[in-house]
Write a protein that binds this ligand. Sequence first.
Ligand SMILES: Nc1ncnc2c1ncn2[C@@H]1O[C@H](COP(=O)(O)OP(=O)(O)OP(=O)(O)O)[C@@H](O)[C@H]1O
Ligand SMILES: [Mg+2]
Length: 267
Amino acid sequence: MATASPEPLIELRNLVKRYGLGDAQHNALDGVTLTIDRGEFITIMGPSGCGKTTLLNILGLLDRATDGEYVLEGRTVQRLSNSAHARIRSEKIGVVFQSFNLINRLNVIENVALPLTYKGVRRTQRLERASEVLRTFHLNEREYYLPWQLSGGQMQRVAIARALVNDPSIILADEPTGNLDSRSSHVIMEELSDLHRRGNTIIMVTHNPTLISYATRVIHMLDGQIATDTKTDRAPKRTTSSKIPLAARRAKTTPKAAKSRKKGAKK
Ligand SMILES: Nc1ncnc2c1ncn2[C@@H]1O[C@H](COP(=O)(O)OP(=O)(O)OP(=O)(O)O)[C@@H](O)[C@H]1O
Ligand SMILES: [Mg+2]
């Protein structure tokens, strides 16, 4: 059996995020040091305002720390350009935002397909792939709706579909089930669990303690710092082969794939 790479996926060293000026200065992150290995499923918990979203935004290269170091796959990334950050994101990272961040003038399928634009995928393929992911979340009948025509739970599922459309190996999710009923929550947690089983790394912020059962590690934050960091009984999923993309395993079940298989059989 091959051994997992010894290099950590992510290393944060004494990360600080400071907001405000003068007397109003406030450290949203106040010296966070953290090593994350591939295949972990981490839940981050803590009271409102303790810095969870700030940390996730920095991990997702959507924001920069004021001080400290962020090393991703052995490479210091915090001083790279915005376009380099965008490239890394489109290759490796899927983000589910706390506030959905759907684009109102784009319909559901266009919203989901958006990350593929930055990857240079052609429009037809983008929409096909988006449609495939939407089917997983039982949203294919809503493909041509605009975001404001959806319920909160549906918006959340669209936001998650968008985060998964480019098969990221690192999934950052900020309260992905925060607005959902228990059935939709279950669908989403099973989806994240499945991604984790296939070797992807999940970092999820949640206020819901029952979701700890999915995690291999639980981090509690307080006042911009890590208060506790505990491994659970669930072992991290270490894959020796490269991850199996979502698209590949779904292709077996999509009607389109079934149709093309039939076509192939006729030839
Ligand atoms: N753009 C900003 N400008 C100034 N202060 C900010 C900014 N963004 C966040 N903060 C502050 O940083 C702190 C951490 O905010 P953050 O959004 O990370 O909290 P959180 O743990 O995600 O909270 P919640 O559970 O409510 O989502 C808060 O005190 C917040 O007011
Ligand atoms: Mg938050």
